[in-house]
Design a protein around this ligand. Structure first.
Ligand code: HEM
Length: 545
């Protein structure tokens, strides 16, 4: 695939006069090469168009394809007439470039270098702060300046943005049309967020921390019993298990064990389907994801029905499902039209599991790898943590107060999140013609706030490729909007405190129980993953201390 892509790119460069002309004296050979190149380019364009055509057909619900095509025509005219500022640098929007760029992106996704390698190479080619690439029939702009991020995200906080959240329609089908992650309309998003945000209060956070600590201690006890030498653990698998269990208990505490096990498998199937070709044929990943979503909804609906039958009430510690049901019932009795329907509640329970589990498990995995690669730092951190919570107190649960005293561990979490940049960019779609970072943006273009590029910008972070938690010693020196691991503004991650707590607890328990080193040095990335993560899941050798 890689070799094929180079061939395509070379063909495309040649057609723009970027490569030298073929040597004279070999006309027949040149003719054969020219015909072969033309055939390749034609096939590329055709496959891209066919792909988009198929996507449009299989994923269109209400709009007809013709309407979509008509909607594109005025856009083109507008692009020509808006000449006040230059568009961001990047390859043109001719059909063969669209095909080449789309296939390059697809190839990066299917390679061990990961999808971000596509963005990285174009940033290198065009320089800061942004570039433009035609992908899957839309114009994407990747912007990596804190000032531009501020202008987009801060405006969003006041619901005054000329941009709205961009999401892939198939993701909305899997998560549900009421999902917070897919609410593009500012008013609808605000109403949902107002209902969900209060669930992440201090009491829920403390309960969650205690539960996560208990689960983490339990799996690490099992690792200890496996015995020295025998203990090789795949961190990603363990982290996926423990984060799922904790988040699921926080959302729906009453799920029977068997339902919870099946739910975990179904959540995995939905996550896998998010990047799949949206084909609704039995046997495809997308179809499997939709069926899994159906089963998840059935389980949750049964939970709601059971709670209504037995009238669980609204006292004491309520899980998120119960809190949302009680709030909605109260609002209905007060004739408040902003109440959440059952469908809105269900979509957002699923959203919270998906938004919270894989992201946090991936972050934990990278953190463990960075520390395995930095043995001296691992020793320093261990002695600091053991001083804070001495070995004889290891069996007592950690409190939020304990966690807030873990300064070095907290900086380790922050640095791991910077380096891992789990959500590499946040897409927004321009609702009108405008300018970003001094460049012309047309209505309908997708502007991606490229957080990863800012996290690796040497003008913002010294030696950005070096793992160095001490870089967060001088908090104030950091530029605003240059650390965007959880986004910013009106759509900032709702679970960021929970995510940091999970990382902190996992780190503390691991570093005070074991020494570890990587059991497999392969650093290639998983293909077609939602977030950049190691293909081998980060296997480590554990030695109890
Ligand atoms: C290390 C782990 C995590 C990372 C890196 C992360 C990152 C992010 C980012 C960057 C956004 C903003 C996206 C945008 O602006 O388009 C976001 C939104 C969100 N996250 Fe997280 N997240 C993590 C964990 C969690 C957890 C644990 C939960 C809940 C259990 C959660 C729930 C959400 C929700 C509901 C949103 C949507 C907020 C909205 O649109 O109003 N996340 N997350």
């Amino acid at each position: 695939m890689e070799g094929m892509m180079h061939q395509f790119e070379a063909a495309a460069c040649q057609s723009q006069g970027l490569l030298p002309p073929p040597a004279a004296g070999a006309p027949c050979f040149s003719l054969v090469v020219a015909v072969a190149v033309a055939a390749c380019v034609f096939l590329l364009a055709a496959s891209s168009s066919i792909y988009r055509f198929c996507v449009a057909i299989v994923s269109s619900k209400n709009e007809s394809l013709l309407l979509k095509l008509r909607a594109r025509i005025p856009n083109r005219r507008r692009q020509d007439s808006n000449t006040n500022a230059r568009p961001p640098p990047g390859r043109g929007s001719r059909w063969w470039w669209r095909a080449v760029e789309t296939l390059s992106f697809v190839a990066a996704n299917g390679s061990g270098r990961g999808f971000y390698s596509f963005v990285e190479s174009r940033h290198r080619r065009h320089g800061p702060p942004c570039f433009r690439a035609p992908l899957f029939g839309a114009t994407h702009v990747f912007v990596s300046s804190p000032a531009a991020a501020r202008s987009l995200l801060a405006a969003e906080a006041h619901h005054a943005a000329g941009f709205s959240k961009r999401y892939v329609r198939t993701v909305a089908e899997l998560l549900g049309e009421h999902s917070l992650l897919c609410a593009a309309d500012h008013a609808a998003h605000r109403a949902l967020r107002r209902a969900v945000a209060p669930l992440f209060g201090a009491r829920a956070t403390a309960t969650f921390a205690a539960a996560f600590d208990g689960l983490t201690r339990s799996i690490m006890r099992d690792w200890s019993f496996a015995g020295a030498g025998a203990a090789v653990v795949v961190v990603l698998d363990a982290a996926l298990g423990v984060t799922f269990e904790a988040i699921c208990d926080m959302l729906v505490a009453t799920l029977p064990r068997e339902d919870k096990r099946r739910l975990q498998e179904d959540v995995l199937a939905v996550t896998r389907a998010m990047l799949a070709f949206p084909l609704r044929l039995p046997g495809t990943r997308f179809h499997a994801g939709l069926r899994a979503r159906g089963r998840i909804m059935d389980v949750l609906r049964r939970q709601i029905a059971a709670r209504r039958r037995h009238d669980h009430g609204g006292d004491g510690d309520m899980d998120f499902l119960q809190s949302l049901l009680v709030r909605s019932q109260q609002q209905q009795s007060e004739n408040d039209e902003a109440f959440l329907s059952d469908e809105q509640i269900l979509d957002n329970i699923l959203t919270l599991i998906i938004a919270g589990q894989v992201t946090t498990a991936t972050a934990i995995t990278w953190m463990v790898k960075y520390i395995a690669d930095n043995r001296d730092f691992q020793e320093t951190l261990r002695s600091v943590q053991l001083e804070l919570v001495p070995k004889q107190h290891q069996d007592s649960p950690l409190t939020l107060q304990d966690l807030s005293s873990m300064d070095l561990a907290y900086k380790t979490v922050k640095e791991s999140l910077r380096m891992a940049s789990i959500v590499s960019w946040f897409p927004r779609v321009a609702l009108e013609d405008c300018q970003v970072a001094g460049f012309q943006i047309n209505k309908g273009w997708i502007v991606n706030i490229d957080a990863r590029s800012m996290h690796y910008d040497p003008t913002i972070y010294d030696n950005p490729t070096v793992f160095d938690p001490s870089r967060f010693n001088g908090e104030d020196a950091k530029q605003p909007y240059s650390y965007l691991v959880f986004g910013a503004g009106g759509r900032t991650c709702l679970g960021m405190n929970l995510a940091k707590i999970m990382m902190l607890i996992f780190l503390h328990r691991l570093v005070t129980t074991f020494r570890w080193e990587m059991a497999d040095k392969d650093t290639s990335l998983e293909k077609w993953a939602m977030f950049p993560r190691l293909k081998n899941g980060c296997p480590i050798h554990l030695t109890p201390i």
